[in-house]
Ligand binder design. Sequence first.
Ligand code: ATP
Ligand code: MG
Length: 240
Amino acid sequence: LIEFKDVHKWFGDFHVIKGVNETVERGEVLVICGPSGSGKSTLIRCVNRLEDIGKGEIIFEGRDIARRDVDLNKLRSEIGIVFQQFNLYPHLSVLKNVTLAPIKVKKQPAQEAEKLGLELLDRVGIRNQAHKYPVELSGGQQQRVAIARALAMRPTVMLFDEPTSALDPEMINEVLNVMKDLAREGMTMLCVTHEMGFAREVADRVIFMDEGSVVEEGTPEHFFTNPQHERTKAFLREIL
Ligand code: ATP
Ligand code: MG
C-alpha cells in the first residue's frame, strides 16, 4: 500500500533521512522505534506531507505522493495522523473537533458528519464527552478525540507519532486499546512508539531507525528475541 523508495531528506546540510526503502502492506501494522533524533517523526511526517522529501519516492496506492502536484487535502484525508501533543482545537467542542474537517474539507452535510462523529466517539469510548471542550478532558480522553478526529475522514492509513508519550501512565492503556482495536479491524498503521508491549502484541513488523537509516527490521518475535545489530541490542537494553 505504501512504498518508500530510496527516501532521503535534508534539513539544510543535515542529512536526516538517509535512503529508506520499505513496503507497508494493506492492513499491516508497522512499529518504528529508535533513539531520539533518529528521524522517526520526520519519516512519518513525509507520508502525509507535513515534510517534503529531498530525494526518492513514496508510492501510495500507485501514486508518488512526494510529487509537488499532489492534492494535500485529499492526501491528508486518506492518511490520518495523531501526534504526541493532541493538537485539538481548544475553542471547539469535542464533537466539533471531530466533524470540522469532514464538513469543511469533504463537504459532508453537518447532520451526517455529526452522526458519524458520535459513532466514532462511541468507538473510542467518550461519546458522553461530546459536548465538552478539550480542556475539560483528561490527556487520554483528548488523545482519543484526536484519533476519532483523524478517523472521521475515513482514512486508509493512520500514522501515530508517539501518541502515548505525553500521557500519565494510567492513561496510556486506554489509548493503546483504541489503537489495538483499529489494528484488529484491519487499519494500516505506521506507529512511532516506544511501547514495546504494544509492539510485541500488535505489530506485524518492527523497524529500528538510527541516524536516519533503518538499521534493523523484522517480526516482533525476531526483533525482541534475536536482534542482530549492536545498536538495536543497546537500544533494547535501555528501554526494556
Ligand atoms: P524523537 O524520538 O526525539 O521524537 P525522532 O526520531 O522523531 O526523535 P526527528 O524529530 O525526526 O527525530 O528529528 C530528526 C533530526 O532532525 C533531529 O536531529 C532533529 O533535531 C532534526 N530536525 C527535526 N525537525 C527539524 C527541522 N524542522 N529543522 C531542522 N532540523 C530538524
Ligand atoms: Mg519524534
